[in-house]
Write a protein that binds this ligand. Structure first.
Ligand SMILES: [Zn+2]
Length: 108
C-alpha cells in the first residue's frame, strides 16, 4: 500500500461523504481503507483507515477531521508525516511513469 494509486483504489466502498476525509485526501495522507470485517461491526469500523508507513489506525472520521492533520497529530513520529524517505509512490509519479500517448497522426 506504499503506492498512492493502490491506496486510492482501496476506497471503492468508502462509506463517508465528509468534505475533508475524501478518498483522495486520505490516500494522499498515507491512508488506505481497511474496514472491520466482523459481521456485527455495522458502521462502527467501516471507515477504518491504516497508514501504509506507521500502521496508525484511524476511524470514526468527523466532518472536521482532515486526514493529513489527523495523521500529524496522532502520529508525529511517522516517517511519512515527517517527510523522511519512505517507499511511497505518489500519484504524480504513477502517472509520470505511464507511456506517453501520441496525439498526432503519423505520415509516411
Ligand atoms: Zn503514518
Amino acid at each position: 500500500m506504499n503506492i498512492e494509486l493502490n491506496r486510492l483504489k482501496s476506497f471503492t466502498f468508502w462509506p463517508r461523504t465528509n468534505k475533508q476525509a475524501t478518498p483522495s485526501n486520505l490516500a494522499k495522507a498515507g491512508f488506505y481503507h481497511q474496514p472491520k470485517v466482523e459481521a456485527n461491526a455495522q458502521l462502527a469500523g467501516q471507515d477504518r483507515c491504516v497508514c501504509f508507513s506507521c500502521k496508525l489506525v484511524v476511524s470514526d472520521w468527523t466532518n472536521k477531521d482532515h486526514p493529513w492533520r489527523e495523521h500529524c497529530n496522532l502520529k508525529p513520529t511517522c516517517a511519512f508525516v515527517q517527510g523522511k524517505t519512505t517507499n511511497n509512490v505518489s500519484l504524480a509519479i504513477s502517472f509520470a511513469a505511464l507511456p506517453a500517448e501520441r496525439t498526432d497522426t503519423v505520415r509516411e
